[in-house]
Design a protein around this ligand. Sequence first.
Ligand SMILES: O=P(O)(O)OC[C@@H](O)[C@@H](O)c1c[nH]c2ccccc12
Length: 258
Amino acid sequence: MILDDLVQATRARLVKDKAAKSLATVQAESEHVGSLNPQAVYDSFLQPGIHIIGEVKKASPSKGLIAPDFPYQQIARDYDQAGVAAISVLTEPDYFQGDLAYLEVIAGQVTAPVLRKDFIIDPYMIYQAKAAGAKIILLIVAILTPADLRVYFDLAQELGLAVLVEAHDEDEISQALAVGAQMIGVNNRNLKDFTVSFENSQRLRNLVPPEVVFIAESGVKDPADVQALEKLGVNGVLVGEALMRSTDKASFIAAAQG
Ligand SMILES: O=P(O)(O)OC[C@@H](O)[C@@H](O)c1c[nH]c2ccccc12
């Protein structure tokens, strides 16, 4: 299963990253970041209407290379100017050709909060995210034990980071709610076979109370898909590949927001 490969690759990366820079150093760097306001992030998604998270993603395991020339700064600025609610930046290098350095550069250039999209399996990565300027991190329930999910969620909160907790079935939604998640993402892409179905978002929507942000992730092809998801009552939609390929990102985002 692809998730296992991703976790293994992430473990190997952590060994290298920690050898290059100690946890103490990354912690010290994270302390230089000014105070954050995670509640403002959650509140912005709870405003009426549909809120777009635009993703900066060069490649993916399901689609291969998406953006051969990858003007990531321009892409992020385009998203920002179009009024996205957040910008997701892939930082996973082995399968998504991401880089934490992309996130750091982007965070210095945009006003929208930046989300670290990675396979977080160690507190080190949470400090790294904050030090690089992320305001939101992703925690994927499927790759964490319930105990680790709680520890990482609490650490992120302590650091002032907002957390998007990714769940893909009823049990994972319960786990997310149990740790106190205020923003839950349901992935429409099945990571076992890569099939996409909005039925996931539809089925799980009612399990998440209205005061908790609900984000539908993956598989959006065009603005009409965003509007279809809006009708299911989701607060936000995470759009990667379709926006990356769009030659007019501003119009895509404007049309999606209706
Ligand atoms: O490119 P898409 O189909 O619009 O998907 C974006 C985003 O949802 C997807 O990249 C994603 C969702 N959850 C993840 C977890 C890790 C890596 C990537 C993801």
